[in-house]
Structures are given as C-alpha cells and as structure tokens.
Design a protein around this ligand. Structure first.
Ligand code: UDP
Length: 489
C-alpha cells in the first residue's frame, strides 16, 4: 500500500444489528464522511433491507463519494423476531456467522491491507469482543463504540469485582439494598437498579460471559467512543477513565450530528435524517399540531422491548385514567410477538379514540421536539433518554432490560428529570406518576428538564462544547493512526 492511499482514512464501521446502535453509527459515519473520510458501513442484510425500505439512507449517503455499504447475513431465519428477549440468538448469529466473514474481509479480503481499498481504521460496537483481536491481527487500529449508557457500562466494568466480592449473584430479598461495588454510585444504585442481566443466579449464563469478555477487551483497544457528554455524566466518565483512559464522549450524538450538519450546510432543519427500521408514520405530526402545548404523553417502548397483554392493559388503563392526551408508538411485534391481535376493552375505546393517537412507528426525535409533548413514558433505552434530554421532556420510566434499569434510576435520582416505575406496571401507579409529572410537580419537572436540555445542547456547540471537541479529537486520532499504517507499510 502506498502512502498516498491513506490521504483519506478509510474507516470500517461495524454496528450491532439493532435500531439503536445502527442509528448511532450511521450518524457517526456521516460526520466522518463530512470530514472526507472514506467510510464502509457493515450492516446485516436484514438491517440493510429495512433501512432501504423505510428511509432515504441511500440517497443521503450518495452525497458522500467515499461512502459504501457492505452487507453480511446475520445467521437468523428471515422471520426471526429479532426482539430483546431473543438477544442471545442475535449475538450467537454474529459470533458464528458474521465473525468469520469480518475476519476474512479484514485479513485477506476486499477491505484488508492487501486490497486496493484497504481499511485503515475500525469502529466496532463494544459488544464485539472478537473484533479487536481480528483488527490487531490484520494490522488495523480499532476503537470501540459502546452505544449503551455509560452509567450502565460502568456497572458492566464493575461486574468482575461484584462477582468477586459476592454481591452478584444477589437474592430477591436483597433487591432494595444498596450496591457497594460500583464506585461513585454507592448512594444511588440498589440491586434492583443493576442491569437486568445481573439478576441471574447462574454466572455461567452466556450473557454474563459476553459482558465479562466485553469489559476485558474494550481497555485493550485504542479507545472508546461514548454517547454522552461531560455535562451529562462527568462523574461516571471520570470513573470510566480509570479503566479506559482514552475515551471520546461525543453525545448526545443525534444533537452533535444535527449541529455539525447544519453548520456544514449539509441539511436544513426540515431534512429528515431518520434511520428507522420501520416506516415513520408522519400523520402524528398533524395530530400533534392540534393539541395544546405540553398536553400530550408520548408512549414508546423502543425497538426491542416486548410487553405482555396484561402489562399493555395496565398501561392503557393508567394512561386513560390520568385523563391526559397521548400519542402511542406501538411497534409491530411488541406484544409478546402477537401485537396485531389485541383488542382494546370497550370501556377504554372511546377515551382512546378521543384523546389518543396510536401508530405503529413515528420519527421519535421529531415527536419529542413538538411543543405539544409534555411527558415521555419510556422504556428508558439510552437513545430515547438522550433524545428526551435534548428536548427537555420529563420522563416516566418503565425499564425493560439491559442498561435500562440503570438509566431509569439515574433519571430519577441523579438527573431528576422523571419518575422510575422500575418493575411496577399497574394502572394506579401509572396514573399517579402521570399526575405527579404533569400536574402536582409540573413546574419542578419542567424546570429540571429544561436545565438538562440546556446542558445537553451546550455539549454539542462548536465553540466550547465538550462533545464537539472530543469529536474533533477522534477525527485527528483516526487520521494519525491511519497514517501510521501507511508509514509502516
Ligand atoms: N424510535 C423511533 N420511533 C419509535 C420508537 C423508537 O424513531 O416509534 C427510535 C428512538 O428515537 C431511538 C430508538 O428508536 O433512537 C430506540 O433506541 P433506544 O436506545 O431508546 O431503545 P432500544 O430500542 O434500543 O431498546
């Protein structure tokens, strides 16, 4: 490879095949493409088909001559639901089918240093523990991008010591006791607030083993990209840097993306940069236009969570009994795999029609930015949490799995922008929480949510925003590391 081959670094981006990570990595990819980097985006065929079907991703990225999509199979049958409860099957497919293809691509294949278009840098999801050794073996530097919340990732890093000290596994009667082994969070986290996976009684479970591999591998890489900022999670970032000194907090990434695109004049505020895997139903925007300011509850459990029909009914009753208007994004497949078959009880259907708008998928960032939204009833996915921060919308959190139990606790206890229902999902609790946020403590929650919005937005401004600064540092580091490869060649 000649030196001038890396005049523009060529970055391979390799996300987990899920809505959240794919969305984040596409935003990062576009920011790198604006810097004239060549970018190859490695998607599974399933994800790529959905993106092409439901978004303008192809025409958006056609503006960047050095940008390419590559696809690989994910090893799952076409009709696999790819929901959160089947996460291990998704992870196994990546390990068994995608890992060998990734290795071949980087070592001898079309992206290797021997090829005519060599990759000079890899950004892989933090979950891909195998990626670092493969990239190292191929002579290519790699940084991980962990798109879950850093406050939760920090508990992952503490897992070895939690196991060693006997804090994990824990028993059900210990749920309300405070966790000792997560430095900096001693006054906040109870056992019930730890990531759902830690609730296992079997430490040999595959997910626990995957997390242990992940936290061993990330510090061996060249660095760690995080979707947060100093303003949002300063103390957590200090803790993380004791293990991963070279980290790049560049969040909230969707806000950084918007800010950089606007200043590069690559987009007007009207341009739709949705990376949705389902069709955005834009009719909700007209419905929202007809609602009074801050009057609507936006309800969504994201792209992976699944609820039972009992839970759905409790949510319906709780929301209807609160008397508030609501916009509900009910993803197909989100009800125990048979979402399309439920019927709303008669006593609720009038209220649902009068005050509600139920759709199967919306462009959430735009919805949260609408002045009619007064509350977000969320499963506390990290992207949803950050999107709510940026728009200054208070939250009621009903976490489902993974990092969400930690996120919801932080929303209530650290950032104070919402209420954590944790594992309670009954109509009385939901109605009470809605009234607390939208009536009794309305001013208090609105004030803390707008303070959080200000902090989140400050992080991404191009003069003095810490995330903007960290993104520039990442760009420079990729350039330097890419050049080092050609110098050694
Ligand atoms: N989302 C969306 N429309 C919907 C529901 C969700 O665009 O109707 C997006 C949301 O904006 C977020 C992502 O899906 O960016 C969900 O990611 P998150 O990390 O919140 O949760 P996950 O789906 O990974 O559980």
């Amino acid at each position: 490879m000649a030196k001038n081959d890396v005049q523009f670094p060529h970055v391979l981006i390799f996300p987990l095949p899920l809505q959240g990570p794919v969305n984040c990595m596409l935003k990062l990819a576009e920011l790198l493409a604006i810097n004239e980097f060549h970018v190859t985006f490695l998607n599974t065929e399933y994800i790529q088909d959905r993106l092409l079907k439901h978004t303008h991703v192809q025409s958006r990225f056609d503006h960047y001559p050095g940008f390419n999509f590559e696809t690989v199979p994910d090893g799952l049958p076409e009709d696999h639901p790819r929901t959160g409860d089947k996460f291990i099957e998704i992870a196994n497919g990546m390990e068994e089918v995608v890992k060998p293809l990734f290795e071949e691509m980087l070592t001898n294949g079309k992206l290797s240093l021997k090829s005519s278009k060599p990759v000079t840098f890899v950004i892989a999801d933090g979950f891909y523990s195998f990626a670092n050794d493969i990239a190292k073996g191929a002579g290519i530097p790699l940084v991980y991008f962990d798109t879950i919340s850093p406050c939760s990732l920090w508990t992952f890093f503490c897992l070895p010591r939690l196991i060693e000290s006997g804090e994990v596994p824990f028993k059900e009667d210990e749920y309300d006791r405070k966790v000792k082994g997560v430095p900096g969070s001693e006054n906040c986290l109870r056992y019930r607030d730890l990531p759902s996976f830690f609730g296992t009684s079997d430490l040999n479970e595959r997910i626990i083993q995957l997390i242990l591999q992940e936290v061993k591998e990330i510090p061996r890489s060249e660095g760690l990209i995080l979707n947060t900022s100093e303003h949002i999670e300063g103390p957590i970032l200090s803790q993380l840097s004791t293990i991963c000194p070279n980290n790049y907090p560049i969040g909230p990434l969707h806000a950084l993306h918007e800010s950089i695109l606007l200043s590069a004049q690559k987009a007007s505020p009207q341009v739709n940069s949705s990376n949705s895997l389902w069709e955005d139903d834009i009719s909700c925007m007209t419905w929202l236009d007809g609602q009074p300011p801050k009057s609507v509850i936006y309800v969504s459990i994201g792209s992976l969570a699944v609820m039972t029909s009992d839970q759905l009914m409790e949510l319906c009753h709780g929301i209807v009994n609160s008397g508030k208007r609501f916009l509900w994004s009910q993803r197909p497949g989100s009800l125990g795999g048979q979402y399309d078959n439920y019927t709303i009880p008669e006593e609720l259907s009038d209220a649902m029609k009068e005050r509600g708008c139920i759709l199967s998928w919306v462009y959430q960032v735009e919805v949260l930015a609408h002045p009619a939204i007064g509350l977000f009833l969320t499963h506390s996915g990290w992207n949803s949490t950050l999107e709510s921060f940026v728009e200054g919308v208070p939250m009621i959190c009903w976490p489902y799995f993974a990092d969400q139990q930690v996120n919801s606790r932080f929303v209530q206890e650290v950032w104070r922008v919402g209420i954590d229902l944790k594992d309670k999902c009954d109509r009385v609790t939901i109605e009470k929480a809605v009234r607390e946020v939208m009536e009794d403590k309305k001013d208090e929650f609105e004030k803390s949510a707008s303070r959080m919005a200000k902090l989140a937005r400050q992080s991404v401004v191009d003069r003095g925003g810490s995330s903007h600064y960290n993104f520039n540092r990442l760009v420079e580091d990729i350039r330097v590391m890419s050049l080092r490869i050609s110098a050694h060649d």
